[in-house]
Ligand binder design. Structure first.
Ligand SMILES: Cc1ncc(COP(=O)(O)O)c(C=O)c1O
Length: 443
């Protein structure tokens, strides 16, 4: 399918095999859908990327931000890998994986967000006082402290975002306190501590950690650098998403250079609160307009806040308690400010079961002959899990028009360091062994 003819959601046909029947349900309009795959009734390919969307994510300034990052000695554009062997097996034209596990040696795309938001908060304070915006190096010199005074940065996080905020605070020399939910792994906690932040563990889930972080921050005048938004709080989450949009900008350029095509036809993007999805959908929608790909937002079945919000037509809670191995996606509530982009711009919402994680991790780590080895954590591999699920289900394939002309883009959003035991169990080798195998595998 040419990029300009990305599929609009359409009603799936009635499957002929009885085993599909239990997975089918009637949508309010009477159309047949799978219970884990739902079209967006608001999706409209001709809808322009308007002011409501640009308030969430704008591609203006992304190339400058990418250029600024490239001046950092640790920075490398993360690779976009082609998986021709898997594409042939699944009957699609191409599969590309943007490997954010290699971002800054940090291990996740989150490196782009928290650091950028801390930088922009400090830069705005200095610019307000001195009428010129300092660059990264100027802030790192510590001279800005005369203007900013002592600031304590804080956030709630399932692990990766907290590590990014901690890295930003340390880079510019400020104190940082991270609130972690009970489920965040010991490895993720250790990686945050290594970046100099203090940890407060909450005996509860991600939403409980967000609530406690807000209370303590308000009582102590700390600066919350959250990746999720709430009423009256959206400037900093917008800065976080602006950082993420660099990966979408890079991926499109890499995709064009590698394939000669204008854009992928399908993008599977995993969602927790929706910041990553907003950055990817927003950047590609604004850049490609009606020629944008079909966007499929992927969530764990127990943390399906976007799936439920799509059904409700407005922000709604997840149907489950967000207990999942996919810790980065373990959210019961969406980031409300992202609705104009994710709520209106997504074509399909889908969920994946927990059992889909290990096979997807394994598929990436032990790929088809000729495909590169990719090391992914449980949230990182969820886009692959979704693609495998859709490709194996004729009703879903046909609904998404996934066929021999499809060019699919996935994002490996994290490495396996946060959940090493899970990776080893799934892949039959350690993350270190898989990482070593990467250098010998095709690139
Ligand atoms: C590895 C990983 N992937 C995806 C996500 C989802 O991002 P968002 O919460 O912005 O939707 C997260 C969030 O923490 C994450 O850590």
């Amino acid at each position: 399918m040419p990029a300009s003819a990305a599929p609009a959601p359409r009603v799936a046909g009635r499957p002929s095999l009885p085993c599909y029947a239990e997975a089918l349900q009637l949508s309010p309009s009477g159309a047949m859908t799978l219970s884990w795959l739902a079209p967006n009734p608001r999706a409209d390919r001709s809808r322009p990327y308007g002011p409501a969307q640009q308030r969430v994510v704008t591609s203006a300034g992304v190339s400058d931000l990418a250029a600024g990052m490239s001046r950092c000695p640790a920075h490398r554009i993360t690779p976009l890998y082609a998986l021709p062997g898997l594409a042939a097996r699944l009957g699609v034209e191409s599969i590309s994986v943007k490997d954010e596990a290699q971002r800054f040696g940090f291990g996740a795309f989150k490196a782009l967000g928290g650091v950028n938001a801390v930088y922009r908060h400090l830069a705005t304070l200095v610019a307000d006082a001195q009428h010129r915006t300092p660059d990264f190096e100027a802030l790192m010199s510590g001279k800005a402290r005369a203007v900013t005074g002592d600031i304590v940065f804080t956030t709630a996080s399932s692990g990766n975002h907290g590590r990014s905020v901690a890295a930003g605070a340390r880079l510019f020399g400020y104190r940082c306190v991270i609130f972690l939910p009970a489920f965040a792994s010991a490895e993720k906690e250790a990686a945050i501590r290594q970046r100099g932040a203090e940890i407060i563990r909450i005996d509860g889930d991600y939403e409980a950690a967000v609530a406690r972080c807000r209370e303590v921050a308000a009582a102590n005048s700390w600066v919350v650098v959250s990746d999720t938004s709430w009423d009256g709080y959206d400037r900093i989450p917008a800065d976080v998403m602006q950082g993420y949009s660099v990966l979408a900008f890079e991926a499109l350029q890499q995709f064009r250079a590698a394939t000669g095509a204008a854009a992928p036809t399908h993008v599977f993007v995993q969602a927790g609160v929706g910041g990553l999805a907003a950055a990817v959908i927003g950047t590609l929608w604004q850049t490609l307009a009606a020629a944008r790909p079909a966007f499929v937002v992927v969530e764990p079945a127990s943390a399906d806040c976007w799936f439920q919000s799509n059904k409700a037509g407005q922000p709604a809670l997840a149907s489950g308690d967000a207990t999942t191995a996919m810790g980065g996606l373990a959210c019961r509530e969406i980031s409300p400010m992202t609705w104009p982009v994710v709520g209106d711009g997504t074509d399909w919402f889908m969920t994946i079961p927990e059992e889909a994680v290990a096979p997807a991790m394994r598929q990436l780590a032990r790929p088809e002959p000729g495909d590169p080895v990719i090391v992914a954590g449980p949230s990182g591999c969820s886009g692959m899990a979704a693609l495998l699920r859709v490709a194996a289900e004729p009703t879903a394939r046909s609904a998404l028009s996934l066929d021999a002309r499809s060019q699919v883009l996935l994002i490996n959003s994290e490495n396996a360091n946060g959940e090493p035991a899970l990776f080893e169990q799934a892949a039959g080798m350690t993350a270190a062994e898989a990482t070593a195998a990467m250098s010998h595998s095709p690139r």
